[in-house]
Design a protein around this ligand. Structure first.
Ligand code: 5GP
Length: 347
């Protein structure tokens, strides 16, 4: 029998946040930093929970340097050379950078090689404090085993793993995999074609609401990954319960990006592509393997200036949203926010 899971599932565009009476005097007083304690490691930190995606255009060392100034984090892309990574983690002793790897054995070897070459980890701030284990489909048992293995190798690092979009897999990755943060999003990304190519996916707002509930019940965290096109979408992701929000296209085209810029007179634009697009596979895997199809696309994004411009938009939007619902800080925001369902948001 064919089963259809009933009940409407929603995306960012299907809702708005209802304004509420508030005693806040100024949005500038709203604190958008949040304190985090992690499930498997005794780390306590205060961050602005926005994360740059580990895409080769966006997850750059320059991005990490700039976002650090705003208390935000970056998942480095996984195509840096060992020497560059050793240099970076040695000379930037701070906690806002995730080392990213996938599921391949050679990626584990590279992580161990970088870690081996770092100076003594006891030194203040040095070392790989955060690891992002990223695959397109986090539903395979081998993935959970892989996360568990990295957890055993790095018992003191914060581990983010994904992507999945349903609560049972969030619990599995937190409990059996030993992840601290589970990355949520199958199909919502700006340059993702998974929904079109495979028919699989889940509306992102509902995925966040359902997965946050599962994670928070276990003292774990989720990172909403993909589908935010405006600061309003970032706001909705936090209102839905996301602990962190990961951004690709919103940061694409900023000064800190790497990649191919095209010039037209005074203007320039960046070729921004999905990590499983033909462009990415040409760049990193010598083309699309014949057992798979691409699940990503490419587009050009206009130059946006330094990432600080985008940071300001996002933090401004977040502060203002907190003021609209009477939340003094980001921690209180989901408790204060009420969604209203709309047909589709028209801006
Ligand atoms: P954005 O913020 O641009 O909407 O989404 C960024 C996210 O899209 C990334 O963090 C990643 O999870 C996802 N993504 C990036 N490239 C691809 C791709 O080629 N295919 C799919 N399915 N997802 C992608």
């Amino acid at each position: 029998m064919v089963i259809i899971a009933d009940g409407i599932k929603l995306d960012f565009d299907d809702v708005l946040i209802r304004p509420k009476r508030s005693t806040l005097t100024s949005r500038s007083r709203v604190d958008i930093r949040k304190e985090y304690h992690y499930l498997h490691v005794p780390v306590k930190e205060l961050v602005v929970p926005i994360v740059a995606a580990n895409m080769d255009t966006v997850g750059t060392m320059e991005m990490s340097d700039s976002l650090h100034d705003y208390g935000m984090q970056t998942c480095l892309h996984k195509f840096y050379e060992v020497d560059d990574l050793v240099d970076y983690f040695t000379f930037h002793p701070r906690r806002n950078t995730f080392y990213t790897l996938g599921i391949k054995e050679e990626e584990v070897d590279k992580l161990l090689e970088v870690d081996d070459q770092l100076p003594d980890i006891e030194e203040e701030g040095l070392g790989i404090h955060k690891i992002c284990i990223d695959v397109a489909n986090g539903y395979q048992k081998v993935f959970v085993d892989h996360v568990k293995r990295i957890r055993e190798m790095f018992p003191e690092s914060v581990i983010m793993a994904g992507n999945v979009c349903t609560p049972e897999m969030v619990s599995e990755l937190l409990i059996s995999g030993g992840a601290d943060i589970v990355k949520i999003g199958i199909g919502p990304g700006s340059v993702c074609t998974t929904r079109m190519v495979t028919g699989c996916g889940y509306p992102q707002l509902s995925a966040i609401i359902e997965c946050a509930d599962a994670a928070h019940g276990l003292n774990g965290h989720i990172c909403a990954d993909g589908g935010c096109r405006t600061s309003g979408d970032v706001v909705k992701a936090f209102a839905a319960g996301a602990d962190f929000v990961m951004l690709g296209s919103m940061f694409a085209g900023t000064e800190e990006c790497e990649g191919k810029w095209e010039y037209e007179g005074e203007n320039k634009s960046l070729k921004f592509y999905g990590m499983s697009s033909e462009d990415a596979m040409d760049a990193h895997n010598g083309g699309v393997g014949n057992y798979r199809t691409s699940e990503g696309k490419s587009m050009f994004v206009d130059y946006k200036g330094p990432v600080s411009n985008i940071v300001q938009q996002i933090t401004g939007g977040l502060r203002s949203a907190c003021a609209y619902v009477g939340a003094r800080n980001l921690k209180d925001f989901p408790k204060c926010a009420t969604f209203v369902r709309v047909g589709r948001v028209h801006y």
